[in-house]
Design a protein around this ligand. Structure first.
Ligand code: COA
Ligand code: AMP
Length: 662
């Protein structure tokens, strides 16, 4: 079916309400809107698409690729940079602040209006074009939380190039893996990142990554920061020198389905998955979410305390707020220690933040230092209307602490890199619902979320199963895995045909509230960051004396989960076990990065396995978390459980001393 999208911005705050009336229903509530989105997805998203500016309005709203995965607005043409910057300048928003930058780690603050942002992006895009970057080329960006990171991303979007931002906490090897996969024409980096207690030189990390990478870019661009000037070599260009010599360039029209970015995320193997996001569906979905989920109107200030290296940063620091005409606060600092546990409250007061979004772990860190909210009492946060949390489960103790402290809704919402925007939320801009601790509330319009049991049948209320999304997934979700359709199929589409597998387990309660209970694979969540235990196992397993190993995520009061490694050395090993453990810890830090928080590894002589040789990781997790555990009938050597438990107790791992065999 073909639906036309006019290139006119609807005057109505919520166009689907008009749609509802057209269909003879009264669209005043979440239920109606949700039903419309599921029963008539093409009509629903055709209406939403009118909210963003198109160069060519899409006529074909929904198509499926050969894997049965939805593709949206396939014949539409637009440019994400145009929709987020030029369009707003042209419609009178030029003098409004687009970016507020606050960097307690350097003592700097800066503000960029929409006009300044557009002009600087156009100039830097011109500089990239001079380096040969064209539509479809990839550009890897390795930068901390500075305005230039956003400028670089938008400059790529302006040219129709595909950016791939790599989080600054990743080590050279991780950067190299991403460079090899994305094959960028240009790599853009800053001279350094600034952590609480140290300046981290980025140029040596980039150099080391390029030394080991099979792919070499044509050029490297370095933003020199005052904290540390990098030495430049052949093929390196200074950001400012390039910009001084550049001419501004206009936005290049792209197809809605052309890629905007690749963002690598941890899967179950050592090779991260390059999640591909398109342009048109992404802009439509983010615009919708800014309004409907976050209740943001143009002019208002949105603060997401994440990093441009993560999906939260892409969607809700860089793109979402500006697509909607809001002001985004870019924060180079931590929740604590920069300089104290009042940092977030100070920012909310100073910039009149309306909606704030961070990970629960950030508040666990604040709670530890300021349990009674004494820092909060020093600030006027009356501008704040809602607090959103995601990245990991909002644990009920943190939820209740926040609920007691603040008088605004504390909204847990669930999503992932692949979807790019929330799957389940309490929609503050549509219909705020009663909040239940431990639940992210209800499916967002567009997402047909279901819980399936092992047989692929719908689970009953309160019965746990795999959380899946029935096709068509709404606009904004991943278009695929970069150059790897088979992996896309295997990881997401093969388990339950017709459904996308989220990798999370959970259940709906009697009222349709969804409770996410954790991953069903080897992905773990450390301080709201997604990492793969499989990848850490690959690093340990590559060490010459390691015969076998397992890495498990165990409960941590601050970070949610932390990894613990268990290794069996080869029979020939006669060295010092403590020295080996230290070496392995250093190896993971060197290969993956400090962000893996890999600080504990135990040398053991046996690991519990099934008779077919599969390591019983779930059982190991139960022991480390101090839970009751049974001896499965399939176990090869039951005494291995006692052995591992004793080793954990001796080294004070997690709550192993509380673990009881039943
Ligand atoms: N560049 C280089 N190194 C980095 C880095 C970066 N961008 N970010 C973190 N690191 C390093 C840290 O310095 C630390 O190194 P260390 O082992 O030498 O101390 C290590 O990586 C772990 O960092 P982190 O997880 O930030 O631990 P922390 O103890 O410094 O801080 C929290 C704890 C809870 C305050 C912090 O994890 C936090 O702010 N979490 C919120 C996460 C978040 O916003 N997630 C986004 C998803 S919504
Ligand atoms: P990432 O792709 O890094 O955003 O991580 C996504 C994963 O983090 C999800 O698949 C979940 O396992 C977890 N996650 C994110 N938000 C939540 C939430 N609100 N509740 C529970 N788990 C969450």
């Amino acid at each position: 079916m073909l639906y036309s999208v006019n290139n006119q911005q609807s005057g109505c705050r919520h166009p689907s309400r008009i749609l509802g009336r057209q269909l003879g229903t009264v669209m005043s509530s979440y239920k109606n809107e949700y039903r419309q989105s599921i029963e008539h997805p093409e009509i629903f998203w055709a209406e939403q698409a009118k909210r963003i500016p198109w160069f060519v309005s899409p006529q074909t709203i929904l198509e499926y690729d050969d894997q049965g995965h939805a593709r949206w607005f396939v014949d539409g043409e637009m440019n994400t940079c145009h929709a987020a910057l030029d369009h707003h300048v042209e419609s009178g928003r030029g003098e409004q602040a687009a970016i507020l930058w606050d960097s307690p780690v350097t003592g700097a603050k800066r503000q960029l209006s929409y006009r300044e942002m557009r002009d600087q992006v156009a100039m830097f895009a011109g500089a990239l074009a001079e380096l040969g970057v064209e539509k479809g080329d990839r550009v890897v960006i390795y930068m901390p939380m500075v305005p230039e990171a956003l400028i670089a991303m938008y400059a790529c979007a302006r040219l129709g190039a595909v950016h791939s931002v790599v989080f600054g906490g990743f080590a050279p090897h991780e950067l190299a893996v991403r460079i090899e996969d994305a094959e960028p024409r240009v790599v853009i980096a800053a001279s350094c990142g600034v952590e609480v207690d140290r300046v981290i030189p980025y140029k040596p990390i980039v150099d080391e990554a390029l030394r080991t990478s099979r792919h070499q870019p044509d050029a490297t661009v370095i933003l020199q920061r005052d904290q540390l000037h990098a030495e430049l070599g052949e093929g390196d260009h200074e950001w400012q020198a390039l910009v001084d010599a550049a001419k501004p360039v206009p936005c290049v029209p792209v197809k809605a389905t052309d890629p905007l970015y690749i963002l690598y995320t941890s899967g179950t193997t050592g090779k991260p998955k390059g999640v591909v996001r398109d342009n048109g569906g992404h802009a439509v979905a983010l615009y919708y979410s800014m309004e409907t989920i976050y209740d943001m109107a143009p002019d208002e200030v949105f603060f997401s305390a994440s990093d441009v290296g993560w999906v939260v940063g892409h969607s809700y620091i860089v793109y979402g707020p500006l697509l909607r005409g809001c002001t985004t606060l870019v924060y180079e600092g931590k929740p604590v220690r920069t300089p104290n546990a009042g940092a977030f409250w100070r920012l909310i007061e100073e910039y009149r933040v309306k909606t704030f979004f961070t990970a629960p772990t950030a508040f666990r860190a604040i709670k530890k230092e300021d349990p009674d909210g004494q820092w909060l009492a020093k600030h006027d946060i009356s501008s704040l209307k809602a607090l959103f949390l995601a990245g990991e489960r909002l644990d009920p103790p943190t939820f209740h602490w926040l609920e007691d402290l603040l008088s605004v809704p504390i909204v847990d919402h669930w999503w992932q890199t692949e979807t790019g925007w929330p799957i389940v939320a309490n929609l503050q801009g549509l219909e705020a619902m009663p909040i239940k601790a431990g639940s992210a509330t209800v499916a967002v319009p567009g997402f047909d979320v279901q819980v399936l049991n092992r047989d692929g049948e719908s689970a009953a209320a309160n019965e746990q199963g795999s959380v899946v999304i029935r096709e068509p997934m709404p606009p904004g979700c991943l278009a695929g895995i970069w150059r790897d359709p088979q992996r896309f199929h295997g990881a997401y589409m093969a388990a339950f045909p017709g459904y996308y597998l989220t990798g999370d387990g959970g259940y709906f309660d009697d009222e349709g509230y969804l409770f996410i209970m954790g991953r069903t694979d080897d992905v773990i969540n450390i301080a709201g960051h997604r990492l793969s235990t499989g990848e850490m196992e690959e690093v340990l397993g590559a060490h010459p004396v390691v015969a076998e190993c397992a890495v498990i995520g165990i409960h941590d009061a601050l970070k949610g989960q932390v990894p613990v490694g268990l290794v069996i050395p080869k029979d020939s090993f006669s060295g010092d076990e403590v020295a080996l453990e230290e070496e392995l810890i250093a190896l993971v830090r060197q290969k993956i990065g400090a962000i893996a928080c890999f600080k504990q590894v135990l040398v053991v002589s046996r690991l519990p396995k099934t008779r077919s040789g599969k390591i019983l990781r779930k059982l190991l997790r139960h022991i480390a978390d101090g839970k009751e555990y049974g001896v499965p009938s399939t176990i090869d050597d039951p005494t291995s459980l006692e052995h591992v438990r004793d080793a954990m107790c001796a080294r004070d791992v997690g709550q192993a001393t509380d673990a009881r065999q039943v």
